[in-house]
Design a protein around this ligand. Structure first.
Ligand SMILES: O=C(CO)[C@H](O)[C@H](O)COP(=O)(O)O
Length: 240
């Protein structure tokens, strides 16, 4: 079995949370894309749902599969969001934004009654921070924003390179919202809540990739089976 199979296994399990008539948030990234594929097949065979995508990429995928789409303007409250993550710890705290969609992902997740995170076991960590923390920032005043991030992060014991993400075209990556991403290689984060609070004080930071108190369930698939994290309790379907 490969990482791809585990992503699919997690996505399959997430499908068991979906009920007819639900309003869903659809995440972004390769794992979320597997869920969208599976959901598309269910819709084809009669499942009735309406969905808000968290990125233009997910919108295009879902539309191509015939999944009915809506917006948070038309449908401001959702039943369930299924999304991936770059890191997940045992308290269901996450780092997200590897795909650059963290702002819409957080807006959609917070508008949802329940949030289920799906991932392969490479994403499961003891402490957040090995994956560089993405921050969505406005293009204006980037240098000043970067300096303030470095200073406030240092006050929280976090030091490391804060780098502007560059796209495959060699130009600064532009999010669906017209912003940029700073990837912060702080290493292990002692106090994610404190860091998140500090980063929100930087005027140019639109949102941070720290998702704290947002996820309700984590479904993590790996070579030893599927681990389901729920609240602060952990169920091991198999010994991990
Ligand atoms: O936060 C995200 C996009 O902004 C993704 O959920 C995260 O990067 C995981 O992606 P993948 O499933 O491709 O590993």
């Amino acid at each position: 079995m490969s990482t791809d199979d585990w992503k699919r296994q997690a996505a399959e399990q997430a499908l068991t949370y979906v009920e007819d008539g639900m309003k869903l948030g659809l995440g972004t990234g390769s794992t979320a894309a597997k869920f969208v594929d599976l959901l598309g097949a269910k819709v084809k065979s009669g499942l009735k749902v309406v969905c808000v995508p968290t990125s233009e990429a997910t919108r295009a995928q879902a539309a191509a599969l015939g999944i009915p789409l809506t917006t948070l303007d038309e449908t401001p409250e959702l039943d369930l969001t299924i999304d991936g993550a770059d890191e997940i710890d045992s308290d269901l705290r996450l780092i997200k934004g590897g795909g650059g969609a963290l702002l819409r992902e957080k807006i959609v997740a917070v508008a949802s009654d329940r949030v289920v995170i799906i991932a392969d076991n490479s994403k499961r960590v003891e402490n957040l921070g090995l994956f560089p923390l993405p921050l969505e920032v406005v293009p204006f005043g980037l240098g000043a924003t970067q300096n303030l991030i470095v200073k406030l992060a240092a006050d929280c014991g976090c030091e490391g390179e804060v780098k502007l993400r560059v796209g495959t075209d060699g130009k600064p990556f532009v999010t669906d919202n017209g912003n940029h991403i700073l990837d912060c290689a702080f290493g292990l984060i002692d106090d994610p809540e404190a860091l998140d609070d500090a980063l929100k004080l930087v005027p140019g930071v639109v949102e941070s990739g720290l998702f704290i108190g947002i996820a309700d369930v984590g479904i993590i698939a790996g070579p030893k089976g599927v681990e389901v994290l729920s609240g602060i309790e952990t169920d091991f379907e198999e010994d991990f």
